[in-house]
Design a protein around this ligand. Structure first.
Ligand code: 5GP
Ligand code: ZN
Length: 142
């Protein structure tokens, strides 16, 4: 737990939130600025800064809790789809530095859904660059 961290405050209950589900390792609560109706956040109770920092067991617990909540959302919210989003680093839009997965229900009814694709779909990349970057990552991973 970090004294400076907003989401640690939500875990502790010192910061108010609309809690949706919790277990030993994880907590899910509604996002205060929802991208769509039902947008929520799933976090580890133990503080980790981001995807590069979180221990495997907390990441696994958050992922499994997110799937469980996604199934409930699919049943009770009348969603047409769901997106998961994680922002890792300020340059990747992370604003709260306690790991979280966004679970964003999607709707054909755009009065309930303000999420748009952040990249231009269907624009092919340079094949040589794609191959070179894939090779670099593959070599780093052994
Ligand atoms: P990030 O930009 O780090 O991926 O996402 C942070 C999320 O936390 C944002 O979607 C933002 O709306 C949400 N958020 C920020 N402050 C609060 C708060 O005090 N309570 C709740 N429930 N959500 C918050
Ligand atoms: Zn924290």
């Amino acid at each position: 737990m970090s004294d400076q961290c907003l989401f640690c405050g939500i875990v502790a209950g010192t910061v108010p939130s609309v809690r949706v589900a919790e277990d030993d390792r994880t907590l899910a609560f509604m996002d205060i600025n929802p991208a769509s109706d039902g947008h929520l956040l799933v976090i580890p109770k133990r503080h980790s800064k981001d995807l590069l920092d979180i221990p495997a067991e907390d990441l696994a617990a958050v992922t499994l809790a997110t799937q469980r909540i996604a199934k409930a959302a699919a049943q009770v919210l009348g969603v047409d789809g769901l997106n998961l989003l994680n922002c890792c680093g300020a340059d990747a839009w992370q604003t709260v530095f306690h790991f979280h997965l966004h679970l964003v229900p999607r709707y054909l009814d755009k009065t309930k859904d303000r999420l748009v694709l952040p990249w231009q779909p269907g624009v092919p990349g340079d094949v040589d660059t794609i191959t070179a970057l894939g090779g670099k990552l593959s070599a780093a991973l052994g």
